[in-house]
Design a protein around this ligand. Structure first.
Ligand code: APR
Ligand code: PHB
Length: 390
């Protein structure tokens, strides 16, 4: 088989790229190891920057987001006894974020592909990118016991952190930067009314807590737990009791509790691979970088990669120019490092570290006092939260 672009991975990155290339008349095939139900079963975050919202508009998959998404003009930070509302709209000259689950974004992209019979091959095993350092790359895979090979011009690795694409790059050709945090986020999803109409990020002496939502009837909460915690050690009641403590008395009085429909622990890490291009192979999304979820940047960074990558490929076939391909890695990494910095800073501000110590504890407090007393500091936080320009 031959196509112009093979995309490995049918998560939000791979499907968004495929949709944008299709709308621009670029031929592509998506290879996904799992089945659609599994891809949709992974509960991920759900705060979309304006840039991501615009990308979904351009990809013609924004109808349901427009109907069911919740625009948010602000959120609350709570560190020790200081509570501060960050007025995103006021501080950024009118920008806000959209609360709409990543699972819903992926579902909308899947529906768009199904509607046009888009080439997404699920349950493709042993996917292997080949010869991407030469002019004739190809990808092999097995399906239903038969081996297949697709010749192409480019391979886009949108296969996440544990995917085959980055693993296929020779060691010497890639530099990896990583920071692993000594805790994880225990998250629950429950059909209860959110405690507030906006998100609350709280740093309590017991640890971090986040009150978020998927809709006005479906709430998403997180508490910080030590690395290695067994999710079975936390009953729903224990989680609700801890949330009441960490979110503060005001929220505790209002919080509605109920049975969890999903409960899981996610580790926290910062990770960047450099560069993101290896001949005819480009990495995008979690295949190239991971951020701790504290800044809600994971999905949005994947979208900005896809912005640069789709523009580069469309330019290559449309204007026969490789300029975008040649600058893809540098452009994407410039924005990635800023989002890494913001996500790291939010994580350092809002979590209890085992070895925090009195000085660092005062630094967290001083950071919060500065934020509460400085318009400039709040503008900086807000502009990063709503998303830096592409
Ligand atoms: N062959 C084919 N498909 C693969 C392979 C492989 N060897 N390895 C992984 N995949 C698939 C996975 O099954 C998954 O569906 O690639 C897809 C990668 O999707 P994601 O991990 O969701 O990565 P991405 O699309 O970049 O989305 C990034 O996900 O983790 C969140 O916070 C992150 O929001 C960000 C978003
Ligand atoms: C979520 O709703 O899952 C969520 C929101 C904001 C974050 C992280 C996760 O920073």
């Amino acid at each position: 088989m031959r196509t112009q672009v093979v995309i490995i991975g049918a998560g939000p990155s791979g499907l968004l790229l495929s949709q944008l290339l299709h709308l621009a008349g670029v031929d592509c095939v998506v290879l996904e190891r799992r089945d659609p139900e599994y891809v949709l079963s992974r509960i991920r975050a759900g705060v979309l920057e304006q840039g991501m919202v615009d990308m979904l508009e351009r990809a013609d998959v924004s109808d349901r987001m427009r109907k069911e998404g919740l625009p948010h003009d602000g959120f609350t930070l709570s560190v020790a006894d200081t509570r501060l509302r960050i007025d995103l709209k006021g501080l950024t000259g009118g920008k806000s974020v959209m609360v709409y689950g990543q699972t819903e974004v992926t579902r909308d992209l899947m529906d768009a592909h199904r509607a046009r019979d888009g080439k997404v091959i699920y349950e493709a095993s042993n996917v292997t990118p080949l010869d991407f350092n030469g002019p004739n790359p190809s990808v092999t895979y097995d399906k239903d016991g038969t081996s297949h090979e697709i010749a192409c011009d480019f391979i886009c690795g949108c296969d996440g952190f544990h995917g085959v694409s980055r693993a296929s790059v020779p060691d010497g050709a890639i530099t990896e930067y990583e920071k692993v945090y000594p805790f994880g986020w225990l998250g629950i999803l429950s059909y209860v009314k959110p405690v507030d109409h906006e998100l609350i990020y709280s740093n309590h002496p017991n640890g971090f807590a986040l009150a978020s939502m998927r809709s006005e009837k479906l709430s998403r909460y997180y508490i910080q737990v030590p690395t290695g915690t067994d999710v079975k050690a936390w009953s729903d009641d224990a989680i609700w009791d801890e949330l009441k403590i960490r979110l503060g008395s005001e929220a505790a009085d209002r919080i509605e509790t109920g049975p969890s429909i999903e409960k899981s622990i996610a580790p926290l890490r910062s990770f960047v691979a450099e560069p993101l291009r290896f001949g005819r192979l480009m990495l995008a999304g979690d295949a190239g970088h991971i951020v701790p979820p504290t800044g809600a940047k994971g999905l949005n960074l994947a979208a900005s990669d896809i912005h640069y990558l789709s523009e580069a490929l469309i330019e290559f076939y449309g204007e026969k120019s490789a300029a975008g391909i040649d600058s893809y890695s540098q452009k994407a990494l410039a924005r990635i490092w800023k989002a890494e910095r913001f996500s790291w800073w939010m994580t350092m501000l809002l979590h209890q570290f085992p070895d925090l110590g009195p000085f660092n504890a005062r630094m967290q407090q001083a950071d919060m006092d500065y934020l509460a007393s400085s318009h400039a500091a709040q503008v900086s936080l807000a502009e990063n939260y709503v998303g830096l320009p592409y």
